[in-house]
Design a protein around this ligand. Structure first.
Ligand code: MG
Length: 382
């Protein structure tokens, strides 16, 4: 079964889909995307096309190894994102060829359904509560919010009070049964992080995500000393080698690899196994489209240390087209009472609505994250 054709589809809100056709006529889908760098990843995929055409589609490990290490200069997150999407499509092809869901090729299911959380926005407490209640009504038992907005290096007492009040009102409104993940988005520096994790602890968040930028994980220990809330990190790290450092530092409680950045399904499975050996949980990051989401679900099904999966469904980025708009078998990817049952269809188990994709390609996108500046005009982390 040889790889015959690669096709890319740049679609809103900020995604890139890849369709690989194999000589048997089987088609596999992947999502090679890096938010804000779509065209760079598309160029990287096209650069890899020459090597891929005519290759045996079943040799996933070897293909990815060559794409990652076969050239003298190795890539960063743009290259690994390109490889991730190609890799997902190859697993989709393999599963369809063998007529089984991908997780059956990765050790089989260790659970029957996957716990899901959804993002909730809102700067003001009332807005946050309204959005959280809508998620709960839709069946969610866990949500994630931004911990704070723009943050200077040193935070004022007023800012700390505002951050605290927002979470307090949310917790009071939705009760103790709902998990609340808090994403600091790497926006705060170490000193402010130490203060905030302490102040918010009484509301018992499910985890603190990126309380510090991933390049400073050697400093995570000082933040962990200030709280008992689990620390989560990893959406910007790629490959086993970057996660190795994080795992060996021994401070992180939950790793959050992104299946469309870190190297794909198999790479994520290997990273999960490394984490499991250190009693670290897995909660894959996924603010992306339906293919990346389905691929992430397969990882959750087969990894004993997977605890929860993020979905981009209904996320604020998804203006103009939401995740399930691209899917024919919408019900398979719909949350039911906090969970999504294991996918049953062969391959990744997501049927892409190609007619809708064709329409949305005409719309396209040029998504960029905002550039934030502080009061003095200097750059702040978004
Ligand atoms: Mg995050």
């Amino acid at each position: 079964m040889k790889i015959e054709k690669l096709e890319l589809f740049k679609v809103p809100p900020r995604w890139l889909f890849l369709k690989i056709t194999a000589s048997s006529g089987i088609v596999g889908w992947g999502e090679p995307v890096l938010e804000g760098k779509t065209d760079s990843v598309a160029a990287a995929v096209l650069d890899m096309e020459e090597y891929l055409i005519g290759r045996d589609a079943s040799r996933i490990e070897d293909i990815c190894n060559v794409l990652a290490k076969g050239s003298f200069y190795r890539g960063g997150v743009v290259i690994t994102s390109a490889i991730s999407g190609i890799e997902q499509a190859l697993w989709d092809i393999k599963g369809k060829f063998l007529n089984t869901p991908v997780y059956n090729l990765l050790g089989g299911a260790v659970r029957d359904k996957i716990r899901i959380y959804g993002w909730v926005g809102g700067d003001q407490p009332a807005e946050l509560v309204t959005q959280a209640e809508a998620r709960i009504k839709a069946g969610y038992k866990a949500i994630k919010i931004n911990g704070c907005g723009k943050m200077e290096w040193i935070v004022t007492p007023a800012e700390v009070k505002k951050v605290k009040k927002r979470l307090e009102e949310l917790r009071n409104a939705i009760g103790d049964e709902i998990g609340i993940g808090i994403d600091f988005h790497g926006r705060v520096h170490k000193s402010a992080a130490k203060q905030l994790v302490k102040e918010l602890e009484e509301f018992q968040p499910m985890f603190y995500e990126e309380p510090i930028l991933p390049e400073y994980t050697d400093q995570l220990k000082s933040i962990a000393a200030c709280t008992t809330v689990p620390l989560a990190l990893g959406e910007r790290l790629v490959g086993r080698r970057e996660f190795k450092r994080l795992i060996e530092e021994g401070v992180v409680d939950i790793i959050q690899p992104d299946i469309s950045h870190t190297g794909g399904i198999w790479e994520t499975r290997k990273i999960a196994a490394m984490a499991e050996a250190s009693d670290i949980a897995l909660a894959p990051h996924c603010p992306l489209g339906p293919i990346a989401f389905a691929a992430s679900l397969h990882i959750n099904v087969c990894c004993p240390n997977a605890i929860i999966q993020e979905t981009s469904q209904g996320i604020h980025y998804n203006e103009g087209a939401d995740m399930l708009d691209y899917v024919i078998n919408k019900d398979d990817l719909t949350i039911k009472d906090g969970f999504i049952p294991n996918l049953q269809k062969p391959g990744l188990g997501v049927e892409i609505d190609e007619a809708f994709v064709g329409e949305m390609v005409k719309v396209g996108h040029n998504w960029r994250n905002p550039v934030w500046r502080g009061e003095d005009g200097s750059l702040l982390e978004w």
